[in-house]
Design a protein around this ligand. Structure first.
Ligand code: MN3
Length: 206
């Protein structure tokens, strides 16, 4: 069993200028790397799906758990992230079901964006902002440090849920394009969200 780097569902230049070609080449080609994950799980019987792998870290031997948390989390996070992006103008809009869930949880799409943006902007250091489906099927927003994922559960994260949209707020995700201006990156991110994919992710959980 070896994990593989998923192909990008678009060209490296497709997201320019929101995310530039150089950032995409380095981010997908270098930072999203499964080599250390495959080393960490060598000899273990592990599920093929990275989401399943990170959902129960207690199954991983203690001496490898930290490496699987970091590298498995990174693989799961980026594997969700790439398909949630699309060239400006091509991402469509939220399905009726997703829009209703957003309205009921946050009041409006704009209110959701504001809360999500704040989660990403206030995450100290490296991490992710998430829109996820929590207990009772209600949408929630949170952020996690490093490569933690809300699927890791309440032992690891303070916002257990199933993410349907994630935003990488590590500096490697935006520094070439925005330098220290993380809030500008987050604001521009909404121009390249693939709402068709996010709606599919929502349906798969609901
Ligand atoms: Mn990254």
């Amino acid at each position: 069993m070896a994990y593989h780097l998923p192909e990008l569902p678009f060209a490296h230049a497709a997201l320019d200028p929101v995310i530039g070609v150089k950032t995409m080449e380095i981010h997908h080609g270098k930072h999203h790397n499964v080599t250390n994950l495959n080393k960490a799980v060598e000899g273990l019987s592990v599920p093929e799906c990275p989401n399943e792998l990170i959902s129960d870290l207690s199954k991983i031997p203690a001496e490898k758990r930290g490496a699987v948390r970091n590298n498995g989390g990174g693989h799961a996070n980026h594997s969700l992230f790439w398909p949630c992006l699309a060239a400006k103008g091509s991402g469509g809009s939220a399905s009726g079901a997703l829009q209703s869930a957003i309205d009921s949880a946050f009041g409006s799409l704009d209110a959701m964006k504001e809360k999500f943006g704040a989660a990403g902007a206030t995450r100290f250091g490296s991490g992710w902002a998430w829109l996820g489906v929590g207990s009772g099927g209600k949408l929630c927003i949170c952020s996690t440090p490093n490569q933690d994922n809300p699927l890791m559960g309440s032992d690891v994260v303070d916002c257990p849920c199933t993410p349907i949209l994630g935003l990488d707020v590590w500096e490697h995700a935006y520094y070439l394009d925005y330098q220290n201006r993380r809030p500008d990156y987050i604001k521009s991110f909404w121009d390249i969200v693939n709402w068709v994919q996010v709606s599919k992710n929502f349906e798969a959980v609901s």
